[in-house]
Ligand binder design. Structure first.
Ligand SMILES: Cc1cc2nc3c(=O)[nH]c(=O)nc-3n(C[C@H](O)[C@H](O)[C@H](O)COP(=O)(O)O)c2cc1C
Length: 243
């Protein structure tokens, strides 16, 4: 199917396919509310997991596993971990922002019909660490690539995904029986949703705003000035995702 959409000469997608890719990227949201109770079909979930499994990985290590959690009682115990972790995080938030922090909805653990933990098995390529000898954390980055693939494919399928990182990692590992050498990289709330917000929740609530892309571009070396033409183009397209 995808092959039909590939331009035979340059390998680029046709315009509709390109737009679909950018649409998934620019309309993807971190979702914590608006979850519908409808279950996600195994056909859909399998496709999303396949997208995750096709992420790039250092040394083709494929360090990930996917723990599917449907049991509500187990999810309630994870949500208790979230409540405890949020209390622990609160004093470290700037005082003037604590009231807003308290009001923010930062998880949808029980509202979503299923949770997914994407883990990284740090021992999977121990004997031949291609690409990891100098930078052993590359397996964690690879796992994050799998999470992003899942997130984008989910958006295309109308499935909402919310990442919950406000969790004590050790407590989560204990609760889910995750062995020592495996890191739970992402705890995701997954489900069909009634809507996808146009802007990030944290932007809508005045917590943060998207930084201007042009301000983030450097030339040749860190903090290097230059690339005026590129920055001007970047400034022109920011905020208008599709060509
Ligand atoms: C590594 C990571 C951890 C995150 N942890 C949380 C979290 O614990 N709770 C939450 O509400 N959102 C969490 N988010 C979502 C971000 O707040 C969100 O991506 C950001 O505000 C931009 O919004 P958008 O994803 O809708 O574009 C996390 C995102 C990432 C990438």
């Amino acid at each position: 199917m995808l092959a039909d959409q590939l331009n035979a000469v340059s390998g680029c997608f046709d315009l509709a396919a390109q737009d679909a890719v950018y649409r998934a990227i620019f309309t993807r949201r971190d979702v914590r509310s608006h979850f519908l109770p409808d279950p996600i079909g195994d056909d859909v979930l399998a496709r999303l997991l396949l997208a995750a499994h096709h992420a790039p990985s250092v040394g083709f290590m494929q360090p990930w596993n996917f723990i599917v959690i449907r049991d509500l009682e187990r999810r309630e115990r994870v949500r208790d971990l979230f409540f405890a972790a949020r209390q622990q995080e609160l004093p470290h938030i700037a005082e003037e922002r604590r009231e807003l922090y308290r009001k923010l909805k930062l998880e949808g653990i029980c509202e979503s019909p299923l949770n997914l933990v994407v883990t990284c098995d740090r021992g999977r390529s121990e004997s031949s660490p291609l690409g990891r000898w100098h930078n052993p954390e590359m397996d964690l980055y690879s796992t994050v690539c799998a999470v992003q693939n899942f997130w984008l494919a989910a958006r295309a399928e109308g499935v909402g995904v919310g990442w919950v990182s406000i969790l004590d990692r050790e407590a989560l590992k204990q609760l889910l029986g995750i062995p020592d050498h495996v890191v739970p990289v992402a705890y995701l709330c997954v489900g069909h949703v009634s809507e996808f917000a146009e802007k990030p929740d944290l932007e809508r609530h005045g917590w943060g705003r998207r930084l201007p892309l042009a301000d983030l571009i450097m030339s040749e070396v860190f903090s290097g000035e230059g690339e005026a033409a590129l920055k001007a183009v970047a400034a022109g397209i920011s905020g208008s995702p599709v060509r």
